[in-house]
Write a protein that binds this ligand. Structure first.
Ligand code: NG1
Ligand code: ZN
Length: 545
């Protein structure tokens, strides 16, 4: 009773804006910030319920990533640090769209019964809160706290301004009983980074890899955080630009750089040839690039190539670990290594990875699908072409490595080092979600290990020319796909028409899918020349219209 009146009272302070319709997509709820107070209040309630049900700490992040600064958004992190379970998404939708406090209460009542969530006798619930640098974040955070505390016994712990992956990392750590402050995050990343540097092969440590990295912080939270880590890097000097003085995501950031293939603001001809990286607004995406001579164009090193670099390195280390001296005892356990991509991965990257002898799995677009698939391997590497990705290590494999490490310390120096490197990678790279900062330090450590410049790295394979277009349609849900979005099953006949266009072009590949975040159907085409890729994409756009 007391609980009900508390909910009714607080809900009446956050009315639903007229005409608004919210949907919990692959990136949570997103909209113009002025529309979101009722949404974040309700997601606060949802987070408290999830915490009670799972008896764990839940994360709530306020961000709209690479969207313009006037937008904002909210998403939840589950106890493992991953995305909110898909089974709760429909309830999140109905909750966000409930027209008034009474219907909200009714929905909550029904859901709590259905899910067997016992509010009265429930243990304390805790929700960790984070937000990016958007000015609207402060007010939205207050509304969120009201939502959380309108469930009796639930507390909100405000972790301040964070990158999205930092919050996910904290949730994961806290639920494992590990200390989970921002400083712990930096300590863990930097300690494992330095460990990898300690084991760089001697022949390579002297190679001429530039000690300087220039980073575009997208005028968001990532640049700020990188500044805090900068002083503890040893050989590496990082020049952070777009660190918050300009407008967030405007002409800057990983999304801009990857889509436009030109230099972000504050970069120019003077940077030609340098190793550069770009983060997105909440620092969960990372791409590298180098500026072309006398031009504002760039050579893009995208998520596919970061994945390939990680794959080469990890495969090499597994090879050393399985070394000849230890052939017998190893037969009992062969760790599995797999990579996961989406249909947007450049075809040249997929060919390259297969040539390396790796198993390449394809999933639909959306981090939750990639992450889930990657978790099936002992070492699972996943990346979207846009730069979101990470490397997952299975608990089994990590325990085995710990034992192996002891064994090998007396036997083989090389194998021992490989074990130490793999353990360091598992601590450096974020196990909860794709993380631009931890990804950046792993890239830097591997380039140093290999003795590779950004150019050498970029030459692992050559990207096939590609074109991505979007078509505004009345109802994007009319397009239904299968086989990881590579084949259209509805409307009938479209796939045959796409195939008929595609065969005209050497190395042609093309698919369409409904966007999960915008009201459009996306068209992706690839072919042996840019003209051919453009032409294929345009023909298929005409088929969709
Ligand atoms: P949609 O709008 O479903 O294509 C976009 C990105 C995804 C992912 C999500 C979430 C492309 C082609 N799509 O999804 O990779 O990042 O946004 O933010 O880049
Ligand atoms: Zn992001």
């Amino acid at each position: 009773q007391e609980q009900q009146s508390l909910l009714l009272r607080s809900a009446s302070c956050f009315p639903l804006p007229p005409g608004a319709k919210f949907s919990y997509g692959t990136s949570g709820f997103r909209a113009n910030a002025s529309l979101l107070e009722s949404t974040v209040f309700r997601v606060g309630i949802l987070a408290a319920l999830r915490s009670i049900q799972t008896r764990s700490v839940i994360g709530l992040m306020i961000t709209a990533s690479h969207n313009e600064v006037s937008d904002n958004g909210v998403k939840l992190a589950d106890p493992s640090g991953g995305m909110l379970t898909q089974s709760w998404e429909p309830f999140a939708d109905s909750l966000a769209n409930a027209p008034d406090p009474h219907s909200l209460l009714q929905l909550l009542d029904d859901f709590v019964k259905k899910e067997n969530i016992i509010l009265e006798a429930s243990p304390a619930a805790e929700v960790l809160l984070g937000r990016d640098t958007r000015p609207s974040g402060e007010t939205l955070l207050e509304a969120t706290k009201q939502g959380i505390t309108s469930i009796m016994g639930a507390t909100a712990s405000d972790m301040g301004i964070l990158t999205t992956p930092q919050l996910h990392w904290m949730v994961r750590a806290k639920n494992k009983g590990i200390e989970a402050t921002e400083v712990n995050y930096y300590d863990q990343i930097l300690a494992s980074f330095r460990c990898l540097l300690d084991y760089v092969p001697q022949g390579n440590s002297s190679k001429n890899v530039s000690d300087k990295l220039i980073v575009d912080g997208a005028d968001g939270v990532g640049g700020e955080k990188l500044e805090k880590m900068k002083t503890r890097l040893g050989y590496l000097t990082i020049d952070v630009r777009n660190c918050g003085d300009g407008v967030l995501n405007e002409g800057v950031g990983a999304d801009f750089v990857q889509k436009e293939k030109v230099v972000p603001r504050s970069f120019g001809p003077a940077d030609a040839g340098m190793r550069c990286a770009s983060l997105d607004g909440d620092a969960d995406r990372l791409v590298y690039f180098s500026v072309l001579l006398n031009s504002n164009k760039i050579d893009l090193v995208d998520g596919d190539k970061i994945l390939s670099l990680f794959a080469v390195f990890l495969k090499e280390q597994l090879g050393i670990l399985n070394g000849p001296e230890d052939g017998k005892s190893n037969k009992s356990y062969q760790p599995s290594l797999g990579v996961v991509q989406t249909a947007y991965a450049n075809g040249a990257s997929t060919d390259y990875l297969k040539q390396l002898g790796l198993e390449v799995a394809l999933t639909p677009t959306g981090v939750k699908y990639l992450h889930e698939k990657a978790a099936e391997y002992d070492i699972g590497i996943y990346f979207e072409a846009n730069g979101h990705g990470t490397v997952l290590f299975s608990d089994n494999f990590l325990s085995w490595l710990e034992i192996k490490k002891q064994e090998l310390s007396l036997k083989s120096k090389d194998q021992h080092k490989a074990a130490l490197r793999l353990l360091a990678v598992s601590r450096l790279i974020n196990q909860a979600v794709g993380d631009a900062l931890s990804g950046l330090f792993l890239v830097e450590a591997i380039l140093k290990h290999m003795g590779w410049s950004i150019h050498k790295w970029n030459e692992l394979y050559q990207d096939l020319p590609s074109r991505q277009l979007k078509v505004k349609v009345v109802d994007r849900t009319a397009v239904i796909t299968e086989n990881a979005e590579t084949k259209v099953v509805n409307p009938a006949g479209i796939q045959e028409a796409i195939d008929a266009e595609t065969v005209i072009y050497p190395k042609g590949r093309c698919f369409i899918r409904p966007s999960g975040t915008e009201d459009v159907v996306r068209v992706y085409a690839e072919a042996s020349t840019q003209e051919a890729a453009d032409s294929l994409a345009n023909s298929v756009v005409r088929l969709v219209e």
